[in-house]
Design a protein. Structure first.
Length: 202
């Protein structure tokens, strides 16, 4: 794709317009990568990389094509996952770019027993290149920062149709006392004397 200035001249890879346009395309590629994983869509994930793209996920290293096929097969039929990419930092130099982003993912992973849901946090260190009229990912390195395991969700307890729900817990007094009422700060009686009211001697 060739960008043009208002006077019709071409925008070079060092122009501000090229930088702004490239940044938007790279951000969309990162979002496309997350969508491809969560939808187990091999073609969508594969399209985020150039044909000679590579990955390094620690235990999974090799070509982007092999990675896309393995991830799609792994997520196909598995419980829902959600990959959220944020805190994007992108540096563009001509037709090459590097980026770092945070990722937080909700995934189901194998354990010593049954697979369990996990919340995983890490970083993506990516290289991008503009080739064949497209910005695509050239290489991705994934760094795991932390991981937390959660218990599997329990099935809901069945009850007869139209039966009122049982009382499962007692109401608790609010832990935060100050409340806003009629645009003025008031303090409930349970939290101590209200300074806006005259004190009554006992």
């Amino acid at each position: 794709m060739m960008l043009h200035n208002a006077d019709g001249s071409d925008c070079g890879p060092d122009s501000g317009m090229w930088q702004a346009w490239s940044r938007g395309v790279i951000q969309n590629r990162l979002a496309q990568h997350a969508r491809g994983i969560d939808r187990a869509d091999e073609a969508l994930l594969r399209e985020a990389y150039h044909d000679d793209g590579t990955v390094d996920y620690g235990s999974l290293q090799g070509s982007a094509a092999e990675f896309a096929a393995a991830i799609a097969a792994m997520h196909d039929g598995a419980p829902m996952s959600s990959h959220r990419t944020s805190n994007l930092w992108i540096a563009i130099e001509g037709k090459s770019a590097i980026s770092e982003s945070y990722v937080m993912a909700w995934v189901t992973l194998p354990t010593d027993g049954d697979p369990q849901p996990h919340l995983v946090g890490g970083r993506y260190l990516d290289r991008h290149s503009y080739k064949h009229d497209h910005w695509r990912m050239q290489h991705r390195q994934y760094l795991l920062d932390w991981i937390a395991q959660f218990p599997a969700p329990q099935p809901a307890v069945a009850r007869p149709a139209f039966a009122p729900p049982g009382r499962t817990s007692r109401a608790r007094r609010p832990t935060t006392c100050p409340t806003v009422r009629n645009s003025m700060l008031s303090i409930p009686e349970s939290c101590g004397p209200n300074p806006s009211r005259p004190r009554r001697d006992t």
